[in-house]
Design a protein around this ligand. Structure first.
Ligand SMILES: *[C@@H]1O[C@H](CO)[C@@H](O)[C@H](O)[C@H]1NC(C)=O
Ligand SMILES: *[C@@H]1O[C@H](CO)[C@@H](O)[C@H](O)[C@H]1NC(C)=O
Ligand SMILES: *[C@@H]1O[C@H](CO)[C@@H](O)[C@H](O)[C@H]1NC(C)=O
Length: 413
């Protein structure tokens, strides 16, 4: 069922409280945007996306300015001229190994200002909240006193993606936050199993074949370091619900907010999903501590726009997951059952060198979004400030190599 809680009483309440707020008509090069929490989203069984309205436990507090403030900056994105042409190009690539020239529409849209530390910090908090309910002590209170009206998909036994939808009072800009894999955050929880299969399909070199003791997530290993390319692609396209759920989520959101600019943010697996959706729909993305998703984009045959400047990754060097170094039989990832071997990211990377600059040692515990918020983004970053910036410069990962031991090809079983 589509949007089952869409018509609850929350929207009239909101419009009562923000009648006088008039946004700047067309955002100039840089401007400030205020966001309020609107919905939670979650995926239930059968890959259905549910949106549920978020209310306020104390409506009087809503009279204040909405508390999520972000700087925006115009950026260039590319959107496929038609969604049908995109799907068609992808299908031809998957099923007939034909690539066709897809036409892209270049557009200038307001995106998050990724050179602003405060804006990255705010997005990181929105992302962190995707793990939590508003009444939990981990929730970053952004002054709203929010409550979940109908926490479907948020029960402890719920599985899969979830997060929140934030919007400006005039609905011109909407942010979708997506949570990552729970296991790294608080030692597990029931969403772990499905997340793990998805992670291993998407971010391992060959079906999570770490050594002979591993149960692989697909059957493409052909002995030694040989891996059947067509097979890994097929298993990702066929077996991973990850990308199709994401596209449903995005489509449902554009249905609710037909005229909005949509921004995507997420942590870890949620960040990787945000990025793949950003490639597909030309939406600005800020992904935190995401494992390399470039290989997954190729294996999923996502048509690639002329530029991916609208996708920004933020991670730090002591986190082995985005660095692609949490590998090998004895690594903490492998012990936890994760084979996260990819290291190449799409778009640009803002890399905090916590190993050199803060003397952190490499440890998967630094992967947590809370560490990123509290220990990296909440304070000025001295190495960047020496260069006159607030955050390290965003750069593409040129000449990135991953899975170099593996040979991919057409091997018989
Ligand atoms: C919303 O998502 C559902 C799957 O959960 C999909 O069947 C439906 O077509 C989507 N609706 C829109 C308007 O895209
Ligand atoms: C914004 O979107 C919501 C639906 O989520 C709608 O109820 C509300 O009227 C819209 N507000 C404006 C100013 O368009
Ligand atoms: C931070 O680390 C980089 C190496 O990544 C080094 O070049 C730079 O000098 C360091 N800056 C500070 C202030 O420690």
């Amino acid at each position: 069922m589509l949007l089952p809680f869409f018509s609850s009483v929350v929207f009239p309440v909101f419009s009562l409280f923000f009648p006088e707020y008039t946004p700047s008509s067309s955002p100039s090069a840089r401007s400030e945007l205020h966001f309020e929490l609107r919905h939670s989203h979650a995926v239930t069984s059968a890959a259905h996306v549910y949106f549920s309205n978020v209310g306020r436990s104390n409506p009087l507090r809503a009279e204040r300015q909405p508390a999520f403030t972000l700087r925006s900056k115009d950026i260039k994105t590319y959107k496929p001229l038609s969604a049908a042409a995109y799907v068609d190009a992808r299908k031809r690539s998957i099923y007939r190994a034909e690539s066709e020239v897809l036409h892209w529409d270049e557009e200038e849209v307001p995106g998050p200002d990724v050179e602003s530390r405060e804006s990255l910090l705010m997005l990181a908090r929105m992302t962190s909240n995707a793990y939590n309910e508003p009444d939990s002590k981990e929730w970053y209170d952004l002054e709203g006193n929010y409550i979940l009206n109908d926490p479907i998909g948020w029960k402890p036994d719920a599985d899969g993606f979830r997060g929140y939808v934030f919007a400006t009072p005039d609905n011109s800009t909407v942010i979708l936050s997506i949570k990552g894999t729970s296991a790294w955050v608080s030692g597990g929880g029931p969403t772990t199993t499905k997340d793990k299969i998805n992670d291993n399909l998407l971010f391992s070199c060959c079906c999570a074949r770490v050594d002979w003791t591993w149960t692989t997530v697909c059957d493409c290993h052909r002995g030694g370091w040989k891996c059947d390319q067509e097979c890994v692609e097929q298993s990702l396209v066929d077996d991973s619900l990850f990308y199709p759920i994401g596209t449903n989520l995005y489509n449902n959101l554009t249905y609710m907010y037909p005229n909005a600019n949509i921004w995507l943010t997420g942590h870890s697996l949620g960040g990787a999903l945000a990025s793949l959706l950003g490639v597909t729909f030309g939406a600005p993305v800020v992904a935190f501590e995401s494992p390399g998703e470039k290989m997954a984009a190729q294996r999923l045959h996502l048509p690639s726009p002329p530029s991916l400047q609208h996708i920004t990754h933020v991670y730090h060097t002591a986190d082995p997951i985005p660095m692609g170094t949490c590998t090998g039989v004895l690594s903490s990832c492998a012990i936890g059952g994760f084979a996260l071997e990819s290291s190449c990211h799409l778009g640009k990377v803002i890399r905090y060198d916590t190993v050199s600059n803060l003397s952190w040692s490499v440890n998967f515990r630094t992967h947590s979004i809370v560490r990123v918020i509290e220990d990296i983004l909440s304070v000025p970053w001295a190495p960047a400030m020496l260069e006159g910036r607030e955050v390290p410069e965003a750069r593409p990962q040129d000449d990135c190599v991953e899975c170099y031991r593996w040979e991919y090809g057409n091997f018989t079983k």
